[in-house]
Design a protein around this ligand. Structure first.
Ligand SMILES: [Zn+2]
Ligand SMILES: [Zn+2]
Length: 163
């Protein structure tokens, strides 16, 4: 088991590689290239950590590159996930799903504090293996998983004990 290093700021070279990967998927799908889509992709890739669609919209607006409408961002996101640039995350926290960069990042799962919202990223090889095992037993080929553990962190448990 190991803890995952927090996402580092992405380099411009990595952004270039990510956009190339996106263009390949866009072509395969027979879609037209779109400057707005690429801008959304770049701003999303540059955002560290876990973010909501609203976070991304405000980033896009403050960057001044495009006057992003939430509907535009919602339309673009599934393709960015399909292209492997982003992944859906933290879907069981109750206040709306988040996204995070998946491109050139290590696979990881999440531990969420239901009291303060703290998130720990980890990878436990045994769990990865067991999940594949479960799929095999049911005749599934595993293509992905979202694994989240909900709990109360040490700090929150200590605070509760005092009050
Ligand atoms: Zn907590
Ligand atoms: Zn994460």
């Amino acid at each position: 088991m190991h803890k995952i290093k927090p996402a580092q700021t992405i380099s411009s070279a990595a952004i270039g590689r990510a956009l190339d990967q996106l263009r390949t998927v866009v072509k395969q799908r027979g879609l037209k290239s779109s400057a707005v889509r690429e801008t959304v992709a770049e701003v999303a890739l540059r955002r560290p950590g876990h973010f909501s669609v609203d976070d991304l919209v405000s980033d896009l607006r403050s960057s001044g590159v495009i006057d992003a409408h939430p509907a535009t961002v919602y339309r673009v996101l599934p393709l960015l996930v399909e292209a492997g640039l982003l992944q859906l995350t933290l879907i069981s926290t109750g206040d709306g799903a988040r996204y995070e960069r998946a491109f050139e990042r290590e696979h990881h799962d999440h531990l969420v504090c239901t009291s303060c919202g703290k998130v720990v990223e980890f990878c436990f090889e045994a769990i990865e293996l067991l999940q594949r095992d479960i799929c095999e037993r049911f005749g599934f080929e595993l293509t992905g998983h979202i694994h989240e553990l909900l709990g109360v962190c040490k700090e929150c448990r200590t605070t509760d004990a005092v009050t």
